[in-house]
Design a protein around this ligand. Structure first.
Ligand SMILES: *Cc1c(COP(=O)(O)O)cnc(C)c1O
Length: 396
């Protein structure tokens, strides 16, 4: 190894470890369900994004297996050569129906989708108004486009309006976009989409909502844009197929001309192999399940509300959560990591989330209850929270 690289790695890794910012990864030994096995131990799992339990759904497993028998394990090419299977077309029609739009396009991941979609439309002569707490993939997608990035204070509509006015009146930019998460993954709060749409109309902003944590969760399962009835107002509806949908992939839903453009101009669609057939068939059925019934959605919210109520009664700070995403904000990074470590030792898998994923000094243990948890599992988790919270002086 080059000496320069070796020194760089050693110094920086050491620095992260000293600051308590180095994240250790624990492999899960088996399926990522409500109970997981880590290092041979059974733990109540409050860390997955498998909101509806679909990642381990029996019907979806069968569909994936049967599809693999017919189509094989890989798509074989990028979408534009001959990697577009009839299954991809059906998936995209289903996604458009799900989101209430004319058309949709799928990508290999939600992260990839933001790399693809923003830079297909925005360039160095444009500007993007971006919520300060937007997901890393949105930030990277914005950077890749080379547009001027203008952050606005999280969920602060006065700040957004002032910056939208300034950007559009400056004459410096051809196009201006406003971009936001639908549900903020670290706090569980919902974007103020009605106000954002109002501001966008006033200044003719392009609207872009990444609802990775909203689909399957908000709007009776249909997501945050439909929750507010704004499917005709939002230009880009982004989602992931890896969270509530339970598999892998990402998509953009919108007007037909937008999707047509992304099919000829978005680079991950043109230069990276299509989603594999077994996954595509499972995803399509997962979306249908969410459209057919709110049963899993209702169970998820029931469990989320139950866990929140229990944590608040114990005296924890759960921040501004409006969704099943339930942070326990501890603050100090090292204490947060110690808290999470003790929870795991006692039987609850709830990971610490610290800088740089969240701002410094706002370290938290994030809880993601799912539709697959039982009340008994949640009661056990709350008892462990009480014990560890008192032990570490986080609660009285
Ligand atoms: C998780 C997440 C992504 C990434 O989705 P993947 O499908 O896991 O790549 C993108 N955007 C937001 C807002 C997310 O929360």
């Amino acid at each position: 190894m080059s000496n320069v690289l070796n020194t760089f790695l050693d110094e920086n890794l050491q620095d992260l470890r000293t600051q308590g910012l180095y994240n250790e990864i624990d492999p899960v030994e088996g399926a990522n369900g409500p109970i997981i096995q880590v290092a041979g131990k059974q733990l109540i799992n409050l860390s997955s994004n498998n909101y509806l339990g679909l990642a381990t759904n029996d019907e979806l497993k069968k569909i994936a297996q049967n599809t693999i028998e017919t189509y094989g394990v890989g798509a074989g090419a990028v979408r534009t050569i001959n990697g577009t299977l009839d299954l991809h077309v059906k998936l995209e029609q289903t996604l458009a129906k799900f989101k209430g739009t004319e058309a949709a396009i799928s990508y290999q991941s939600g992260f990839n989708c933001n790399m693809a979609a923003i830079s297909a439309v925005m360039d160095k002569n444009d500007a993007i108004l971006s919520d300060a707490l937007n997901h890393a993939s949105i930030i990277d997608g914005c950077r890749l486009s080379k547009a001027k990035i203008i952050p606005f204070a999280h969920a602060d509509m006065d700040d957004l309006r002032a910056k939208a006015k300034q950007a559009t009146e400056s004459g410096l930019y051809n196009k201006v976009m406003v971009i936001t998460d639908g549900v903020f993954s670290m706090d569980g709060d919902i974007a103020k989409l009605p106000e954002i749409v109002e501001i966008a109309k006033e200044f003719d902003l392009i609207t872009y909502v990444d609802d990775a944590h909203g689909s399957g969760v908000t709007g009776k399962g249909a997501g945050t844009v439909k929750h507010f009835g704004l499917q005709n107002e939002i230009d880009f509806q982004i989602g992931t197929l890896s969270k509530a949908i339970g598999v892998v992939g990402g998509y953009v839903a919108g007007k037909k001309n937008l999707i047509d453009w992304l099919k000829v101009r978005s680079r991950p669609f043109l230069f990276s192999t299509a989603l594999p057939p077994g996954d595509v068939a499972a995803i399509t059925r997962a979306v249908e399940i969410i459209m057919e019934s709110t049963e899993l959605h209702d169970k998820l919210w029931d469990n989320g509300d139950y866990l929140k109520k229990g944590l608040i009664e114990l005296g924890f700070n759960i921040g501004d959560s409006e969704t099943p995403i339930t942070p326990c904000i501890i603050g100090d990074e090292k204490l947060t990591q110690q808290f999470s470590k003790r929870l795991i030792e006692e039987g609850v898998y709830a990971k610490s989330i610290v800088f740089p994923t969240v701002p410094k000094g706002t370290g938290r243990v994030r809880n993601m209850p799912t539709a697959a948890h039982t009340k008994e599992m949640l009661d056990d988790a709350l008892a462990i929270y009480a014990k560890v919270g008192r032990e570490l002086g986080v609660i009285q």
